[in-house]
Design a protein around this ligand. Structure first.
Ligand SMILES: Cc1ncc(COP(=O)(O)O)c(C=O)c1O
Length: 380
């Protein structure tokens, strides 16, 4: 007897994971060599291995400490004002977010999450089947988190409150008072407060303490990708002081990765030993690039913005009558310039994320100029 024919594709009753536009259309997927002016990145200029790799061939490629290289965790703990045992290294901040969401959430659990946001903050809870309540950040309100609105949204069903500071894509920064209030709200309703601090160190309005240092109900996550411009290392971390949660996160990490890459950890440690030196250099460059964007925005009639308070990204929007599709078509195809269009964040395409921390000064200036030209032509 003949076996029944195989179905063309495996049957999927539900789609658990789906690729997001921000990933499919990202410069690394589209092809860096096809982009002339890359204003679509959300990090500082990518660093190089250079001297950091000296003598690396002697490194023993064994499994690492399951929490992560102790010397590296000590540096991160010192900066955050927590214990080295409160730090667990992860595969990027994305890996940290995955571990937190998959460890804490079940289908039906309520999550209050600021919106718009970096995709993983929304997608992983969605894939788990959590009920997502969006805490909307509005242009008209300066993209600020309304703490009273947050307090009104939570209930005893809320398992996780998820905030980001400095925020991607708007560049707003939560003050220490706001972080404390958010932690109190979490404590009162019995939820955990997750604060995505991937842009930490790049605030222009003062750097508040890590959320995890403020409350045992708070979990901070971060990585080497954005502030430090080392996304290819794929190294991030979770800061958490609650003993049960730390054990839970470690158990999750052990099931996913066992340990993080000892090669990535070694390079990260060599780099962060000179943390202050690197940060001074990076902030100096960012200040210049930010001044360039500020100057550009002060001359725009087609664009309006909420000036960012931190990070390396701004989220302006096109104003008035304009053919938005034509704008992007001209910008991408004729001017070879890419930004993060609003749909990457489930927002109107009039919004665009401009990444000013990644391109060199000349590329940035040219890219901004191309935005002006494309907008003028799309207005017809
Ligand atoms: C706010 C935020 N969190 C997390 C991530 C993930 O970063 P990575 O996994 O490279 O550390 C990103 C990347 O864009 C981000 O913008």
């Amino acid at each position: 007897m003949n076996a029944p024919p195989l179905p063309d594709r495996p049957r999927m009753d539900s789609v658990k994971y789906r690729r997001a536009a921000i990933e499919i259309e990202s410069p690394e997927e589209y092809g860096y060599d096809r982009i002339d002016c890359n204003l679509a990145e959300s990090s500082f200029t990518d660093g190089r291995l250079g001297e950091l790799g000296e003598g690396i061939e002697e490194l023993v490629l064994q499994y690492g400490d399951h929490l992560g290289k102790p010397e590296l965790r000590r540096i991160l703990a010192e900066d955050a004002g927590v214990d080295p045992g409160d730090v667990m290294l992860t595969v990027g901040a994305a890996g940290a977010l995955f571990i937190v969401a998959s460890s804490l959430l079940d289908a039906g659990d309520e999550v209050v999450v600021c919106f718009p946001n970096y995709t993983t903050n929304l997608e992983t809870p969605r894939a788990i089947g959590a009920e997502i309540r969006k805490l909307e950040l509005r242009f008209e309100e300066g993209f600020r988190v309304d703490m009273d609105a947050l307090a009104g949204m939570v209930s005893d069903r809320t398992r996780l409150i998820s905030l980001t500071t400095p925020h991607n894509p708007t560049g707003t920064v939560l003050s220490e008072a706001e972080l404390r209030r958010a932690a109190e709200i979490a404590e009162e309703c019995g939820a955990w407060l997750l604060v995505d601090e991937t842009y930490r160190g790049l605030s222009y309005v003062g750097t508040p303490p890590n959320a995890a240092s403020l409350s045992p109900r708070a979990i901070s996550i971060s990585s080497l990708s954005k502030t430090w411009g080392l996304p290819g290392l794929r190294l991030g971390w979770i800061l958490c002081r609650d003993p049960d949660l730390k054990e839970l996160f470690l158990a999750a990490k052990e099931q996913i990765h066992i340990s993080t890459s000892v090669l990535d950890e070694e390079i990260a440690w060599r780099y962060l030993k000179d943390r202050d030196h690197h940060l001074r250099r990076i902030r100096g460059v960012i200040n210049e690039r930010f001044a360039c964007v500020r100057d550009f925005m002060s001359r725009q009639t087609d664009l309006e913005w909420v000036e960012p308070e931190g990070g390396v990204i701004a989220f302006p929007r096109l104003r008035g009558e304009i053919d938005v599709d034509r704008f992007y078509q001209l910008l991408n195809d004729e001017y070879g310039t890419f930004v993060g269009p609003g749909h990457w964040f489930d927002m109107d395409r009039r919004y665009m994320r401009i990444g000013y921390g990644w391109p060199e000064a000349e590329e940035l200036a040219r890219g901004l100029d191309n935005i002006t030209k494309a907008a003028a032509r799309a207005r017809g």
